[in-house]
Unconditional design. Structure first.
Length: 149
């Protein structure tokens, strides 16, 4: 859990610095939306940290871990609509995107950046990410216990 917490803090500190600096250059901060967005992204960071740490313990080889992470990164990012909204894609892609937890985070991020906290996309993102966090943390804890034992 220490590594996961470290990764979340290492995400939050630069984020807050960038937000602070950008506020002086004209970025309009929606404090409530930004706070909820940082919470949601912290949950995502914890999930990714737990999964990557567990995969590192399971695979025990940096080359294999890098191949797995790199192989997953592009499809997960594209299916989340990070670069282009999924609504621009064909129907099969839109259906497939709903199986990707990152999709819900991206959709909620777009709404939260505008300052809308109570949108259904935000609630859906938390409804997907909180159980996923619980699952990945329990899996990571069991992997760590087996590795240490």
């Amino acid at each position: 859990m220490g590594n996961v917490l470290k990764d979340v803090v290492m995400f939050l500190l630069p984020s807050l610095i960038v937000i602070g600096v950008s506020s002086f250059t004209g970025f309009h901060i929606h404090v409530g939306g930004l706070a909820v967005l940082l919470l949601l992204l912290s949950i995502l960071t914890a999930v990714v940290s737990a999964v990557s740490g567990s995969l590192g313990l399971l695979l025990k080889d940096i080359g294999t871990l890098a191949a797995v992470i790199t192989g997953l990164q592009l499809p997960v990012t594209l299916l989340a609509g990070v670069l282009l909204p999924i609504s621009f894609g064909p129907v099969w892609l839109r259906v497939l995107a709903h199986l990707n937890p990152l999709y819900y985070v991206v959709e909620a991020s777009r709404v939260l950046a505008g300052g809308t906290i109570g949108d259904m996309k935000v609630l859906l993102a938390f409804a997907v990410m909180i159980p996923l966090l619980a699952i990945t943390l329990s899996w990571a804890t069991s992997i760590y216990r087996r590795s240490v034992a």
